[in-house]
Write a protein that binds this ligand. Structure first.
Ligand code: SF4
Length: 311
């Protein structure tokens, strides 16, 4: 959502604020200092930060502009979204593909102790400044925790555990210390570990593993492609045809899957794939997903003899 892309605003539950529709609970293995549930958005514990702190620009993802720090007109008094059930129909597709990785509730309940920006307007600016930084930290935590669940990555588990503990500690600093963090430097320290975890895991895939790291594959015709164990880290796959592709154990960290067609693709064991990436893509009932991720509600709900029938 964001206006600048890649940071869409959230789909906040209508009615009673509810947990963001993201992932199924994951077993909490190997990441003892972090509860994986804390890395999933819990809108009921957040002060609608993504709907206020982040800007968005009129585009295919949003019907109008909104500057950072101004509440979206659809944000209700209870911090739920007034059009949650109709976001796509109303042109707020960007809101459905955003994931804060639990940063919203961390800032709301930990950094600011449960005092919201309406009750304490003097803290609003600081709160909105912390949120984007916290989101990056929580994203790093989520990737690191996932790497710790990869058995083949055991050679780097000790270093990953150290990184996880350190980042978690940083997220518990006060607003000033969080905003002052050099997140790029931190990412530069963690990325080699994630890369190593990926390499160790993908090495299990048979045959020659393709390297499309950072590749521009926008609109590429990759139907039924053998991408098992491939590196698609940061690849631009906007609008790519990945129908029936074999993406088992492929590394999709940071890949831009907006509008990519994953109908019938096999994503079993895909590494660092997020619910937000899936929400931005297309797919159908024949797409095979990792067990921790959910089939987006907007994907085709049935496959007829003649082809895919959109929901
Ligand atoms: S429409 Fe507004 S209130 Fe609803 S999820 Fe998007 S930004 Fe938040």
């Amino acid at each position: 959502m964001s206006p600048q892309h890649g940071t869409p605003s959230p789909a906040r539950g209508g009615g009673r604020p509810r947990r963001h529709e993201r992932t199924k609970p994951r077993p909490d293995r190997g990441s003892s200092v972090v509860n994986r549930e804390d890395l999933r958005a819990d809108c009921s514990a957040c002060f609608g930060l993504c709907c206020v702190a982040l800007p968005f620009a009129r585009s295919a993802d949003f019907p109008r502009d909104k500057p950072a720090g101004r509440a979206c007109g659809h944000l209700r008094d209870d911090f739920g979204c007034g059009i949650h059930a109709r976001l796509r129909d109303e042109g707020y597709r960007g809101c459905t593909v955003f994931d804060c990785f639990g940063a919203g509730q961390k800032v709301s309940q930990v950094t600011f102790g449960g005092i919201d920006w309406r009750r304490s307007p003097e803290s609003a600016s600081a709160m909105f400044g912390v949120f984007p930084v916290m989101r990056q930290l929580h994203e790093l935590l989520a990737y690191t925790a996932e790497a710790l669940e990869l058995p083949a990555a055991r050679p780097v588990h000790r270093e990953l555990r150290g990184a996880l503990a350190r980042i978690e500690e940083l997220t518990r600093g006060d607003a000033g210390s969080v905003v002052a963090l050099d997140v790029d430097a931190l990412r530069g320290e963690v990325n080699p570990l994630l890369l190593r975890a990926s390499e160790l895991t993908r090495a299990r895939a048979p045959g020659r593993r393709k390297d499309h790291r950072g590749a521009d594959l926008m609109g590429a015709r990759l139907a039924r492609a053998d991408l098992r164990g491939a590196s698609l880290r940061g690849a631009l796959l906007v609008g790519a045809d990945l129908t029936g592709a074999d993406l088992r154990d492929a590394d999709l960290i940071g890949a831009d899957l907006r509008g990519a067609d994953l109908s019938g693709a096999d994503l079993t064991g895909a590494l660092f794939l997020t619910q937000a990436q899936l929400n931005a893509a297309r797919g159908d009932t024949a797409t095979t997903l990792p067990p921790s991720l959910e089939r987006p509600a907007h994907w085709a709900r049935e496959v007829s003899a003649g082809g895919v029938v959109d929901a």
